[in-house]
Design a protein around this ligand. Structure first.
Ligand SMILES: NC(=O)c1ccc[n+]([C@@H]2O[C@H](COP(=O)([O-])OP(=O)(O)OC[C@H]3O[C@@H](n4cnc5c(N)ncnc54)[C@H](O)[C@@H]3O)[C@@H](O)[C@H]2O)c1
Length: 272
């Protein structure tokens, strides 16, 4: 099958998604597979000793891959986004398996805080900055050269999941806000830098979305459950991860060709 990259058909396109074992990343893997993409689904596959809540397991990643593989070629790959060499190997696997890379989506993320920033254990602060910001830069460093290896005219897509926290000052989540604001700034600069290469860089900023990271946010704020965040959002409900994935899938596709350096709110109005 030709691996043409002219934007004419979606069936030959190849994506790598981090944070793929659950939540927004998993929903994005499913959505892209449904749309005919080949997808390398990347997640940590273990626990983060610095953090008091559970990361997704290798079994959860395998279950997502099984579900998505009903629609097309999807493979799981274990890698820590803090490890540039591991991400470079993941990109190489996608290129070797499917002949190239068209989209890299940085959805892996963690949260910590719940106390004044000067009381947050440094190891937790490092985890937030290193996964949520350094991990995004690492993916760009590993994946963009692969997307530029596609022949012209190309339509590569670097996408990151920022947050409404990129623009709101959320108390007791200072490092998370700093990392997400960093992601927004990074994507703006990257979009500029990529210029007319045919590779674009964009981000989405989700509002409160029903995933384990939101459950951990509720615990950090001493709330009984994540549903308590619903009232803060003009839509009056939590978002489903599939609603965020739908926008990421649009941004990954050829129809977003006029967009670069954009940070798109997908937040039920939370940032208004
Ligand atoms: N859920 C929300 O309300 C919300 C709002 C705004 C932004 N976000 C962002 O959306 C993204 C996805 O989060 P989610 O809501 O799906 O949460 P989630 O906790 O369900 O998913 C995060 C995934 O990232 C993986 N991960 C964590 N550390 C990793 C590492 N070092 N290497 C590789 N994978 C790692 C986890 O195992 C997990 O599968 C995150 O960047 C998060 O900050 C979420």
């Amino acid at each position: 099958m030709p691996r043409g990259n002219t934007g004419g058909g979606m069936s030959a396109r190849v994506a790598l998604v981090t944070g793929a074992a659950r939540g927004i990343g998993a929903a994005t893997v499913l959505k892209l597979a449904e749309q005919g993409w080949s997808v390398l689904a990347v997640d940590l596959g273990g626990q983060d000793p610095a953090l008091p809540y559970a990361m997704a397991t290798a079994d959860e990643l395998a279950a997502v891959v099984d579900r998505a593989a009903a629609h097309g070629p999807v493979r799981g790959h274990l890698a820590d986004v803090r490890d540039l060499a591991a991400l470079t190997a993941a990109v190489a696997e996608a290129e070797q398996r499917w002949g190239g890379l068209d989209a890299a989506i940085a959805a892996a993320g963690v949260i910590a805080g719940g106390v004044p920033m000067w009381e947050v254990p440094v190891a937790q602060e490092d985890a937030v900055l290193d996964v949520d910001l350094r991990g995004v830069l690492n993916l760009a460093r590993a994946a963009i050269p692969a997307m530029l290896r596609r022949p012209e005219p190309r339509s590569g897509r670097f996408l990151a999941v920022a947050s409404a926290a990129a623009t709101r000052g959320l108390p007791m989540l200072a490092a998370y806000c700093a990392a997400k604001a960093g992601v927004a700034g990074f994507v703006r600069a990257l979009g500029s830098e990529l210029g007319g290469s045919g590779v674009t860089a964009n981000a989405v900023s989700p509002g409160s979305t029903d995933t384990p990271i939101l459950a951990e946010s509720a615990r950090l704020y001493g709330l009984p459950d994540a549903e308590r965040f619903a009232a803060q959002q003009p839509l009056g409900r939590l978002l489903d991860p599939a609603e965020v994935a739908a926008v990421l899938a649009f941004l990954a596709g050829p129809d977003s060709s006029a967009m670069t350096g954009a940070v798109v709110p997908v937040d039920g109005g939370l940032a208004l």
